[in-house]
Design a protein around this ligand. Structure first.
Ligand SMILES: Nc1nc2c(c(=O)[nH]1)N[C@H]1C(S)=C(S)[C@@H](COP(=O)(O)O)O[C@H]1N2
Ligand SMILES: [Mo]
Length: 533
């Protein structure tokens, strides 16, 4: 009789597929559990997050990771590729015994546990997705390995398929296929669900806070900010107030933190005479104010759109912090978000009541959108976001610039300094084709908190440009905002480059010197090519 004897060894190929399928199932299970434990705790997100956090800041290419949204997707893809290669390698070594594959999966699982359980803001439950991934991955791998080892090594056809279909072989293929496909589906499903969950889970709490703020406003507890004056924006130009949905977004959060306002608290500590702990109720009992503020990102390119303006509602930070009796020797206010991001602001500026720093709870009359820091963020007019505008803030520490460097300073960005005087051309669009004659140009200019006193528009190279004075729109009183402008040029037919330059409230003229962002903000004059026919 030629009955095939059991192979007892699954062989390299089957062991590799078993390992990959088991890892996929483990990761999928972990990502699903992470929907409960919170953003960034899934095995893939946790490892990607730690990769971003632990990459030596000196690696230049990483200097801007996290400032954009696309760079984060790249890191996640990189983690998945490395995972696949490592698992396939461990599987390929398991042709005889399941030990190499088991060991590899345990190591990878422990990495995920470690990644989720360490770093600022990690909670004890955060390790759960990694543990589930580890246990599921290892046990599924060992089952598949055992099953594969029982597949009879019978006679095979030239193309490798067995002459006689064996039941065990079919069971193995079905089980491995189910595990792999199930894992992939779970990863994809969790990825689709997760971005919806924070607002899904936090949505009702956010609506409740909006309603509460409206009731306070109706009761006269929130003196309204001055209205945007008529003429603050020009036809064809950018809106003065940026709708919340269009407000630029920059953060390192792989998943937007879901912070429950009922348990939110802010700790003020460090070099202070008295530590403070404030809940949301504590904040809402204080005097609330409304203020128009233009916020911009230090990584904005000349002419870029990482700048927006809104009406923030919140509590004045200066008197609140004064109650902690900060040590005058503490020159840095280091604020930390629930996900461990930090911003170091000059303490003297935040403590200056005239600077108007806020602990903001609302923008545009509604509780902060989850992506913009719900329930509480910091806003300091006159500082770029990376050294001031901490979203999901939970901790303020008085310290020194010498003792502590914040998230982006560690990665090569400059410590806080004054903002650049900047401007932007908004219309006509780049490469627009316009009829000859009078051409209307509109744009925005900002130099927070100094304000804008003048905008000039020219044609051609800045040096040779004959400057035309732009008309400036009015701005709401008491704000720290950009200013819209409009100019008319008389242009003959042909190709032209329109340039503009702003002068701030202190007479500082926007420099024509071109500089890219990093370590500070970009400088140079925005230029826009158009054709007149
Ligand atoms: N928690 C947290 N807050 C953060 C950041 C971040 O990465 N994490 N990025 C900062 C940067 S660089 C900028 S420019 C502003 C942008 O705020 P916005 O996304 O609401 O426009 O948020 C700041 N606050
Ligand atoms: Mo930024």
């Amino acid at each position: 009789m030629t009955a095939a004897a059991p192979a007892a060894r699954p062989g390299r190929l089957r062991a590799t597929s078993a390992a990959v399928a088991a890892a996929a199932l483990g990761v999928g299970a972990g990502q699903l559990v992470a929907l409960l434990t919170g953003p960034g705790t899934g095995p893939v997100d946790a490892v990607a997050g730690r990769v971003v956090a632990l990459t030596p800041p000196a690696i230049a290419g990483f200097a801007t990771v996290g400032m954009g949204l696309g760079s984060r997707a790249t890191v996640v893809a990189g983690v998945l590729i490395v995972l696949l290669v490592a698992v396939a390698g461990a599987g390929a070594l398991s042709g005889r015994s399941d030990r190499p594959g088991t060991g590899g999966l345990v190591v990878l699982g422990l990495l995920a546990v470690l990644a989720a359980g360490t770093g600022a803001g990690a909670g004890p439950l955060d390790v759960l997705p990694g543990i589930v991934a580890l246990v599921a991955g290892v046990s599924v791998f060992r089952r598949l390995h055992r099953l594969a080892a029982r597949i009879p090594a019978g006679p095979v056809l030239p193309d490798g398929r067995p002459l006689r279909e064996s039941l065990t072989r079919r069971r193995f293929l079905r089980a491995a296929g189910l595990a792999g496909a199930g894992g992939a589906a779970a990863v994809a499903g969790a990825g689709l669900l997760a971005p919806r969950l924070p607002s899904g889970r936090i949505g009702p709490a956010r609506d409740a806070l909006t309603a509460r703020l409206r009731a306070l406003a109706a009761a006269g507890r929130i003196p309204p900010a001055p209205a945007v004056p008529a003429g603050a924006q020009f036809p064809g130009g950018t809106a003065f107030a940026t709708p919340a949905a269009d407000f630029y977004r920059i953060d390192t959060a792989l998943r937007v933190p879901a912070v429950d306002p009922a348990t939110w608290a802010l700790r003020v500590h460090g070099m202070v005479g008295r530590e403070l702990r404030l809940t949301l109720d504590d904040l809402l009992e204080r005097q609330l104010v409304e203020r128009w503020v233009t916020l911009s990102c230090v990584s904005n390119e000349v002419g870029g759109d990482l700048v927006s303006t809104t009406r923030f509602t919140g509590v004045e930070l200066a008197p609140l912090l004064a109650a902690a009796s900060p040590d005058p020797a503490a020159d840095q206010l280091l604020s930390t978000s629930v996900d461990g991001w930090t911003a170091g602001s000059p303490a003297s500026l935040v403590l200056d009541p005239a600077a108007g720093a806020l602990l903001a709870v609302a923008m545009d009359g509604e509780a902060l959108p989850v992506e913009h820091g719900f329930p509480v963020r910091i806003v300091v007019p006159g500082l770029y976001g990376y050294v001031s505008a901490t979203k999901w803030v939970t901790d303020i520490e008085f310290t020194t610039f010498a003792a502590r460097a914040d998230y982006w300073r560690v990665r090569g960005w400059a410590p806080p300094g004054p903002t650049e005087t900047a401007s932007r051309i908004d219309s006509p669009g780049a490469f627009a084709s316009l009829p000859a004659g009078r051409v209307v140009v509109t744009g925005a200019a900002w130099a927070v908190p100094r304000g804008i006193s003048r905008v000039e528009v020219g044609v051609g190279a800045p040096e040779g440009a004959g400057w035309v004075e732009a008309e400036l729109g009015p701005v709401p009183a008491g704000g720290a905002t950009w200013r819209m402008w409009r100019a008319e040029l008389d242009l003959p037919a042909g190709g032209h480059t329109i340039v503009c330059r702003a002068t701030d409230g202190e007479g500082i003229v926007q420099t024509a010197q071109q500089r890219s962002p990093l370590p500070g903000a970009a400088t140079g004059l925005p230029a826009r090519p158009i054709t007149v026919t």
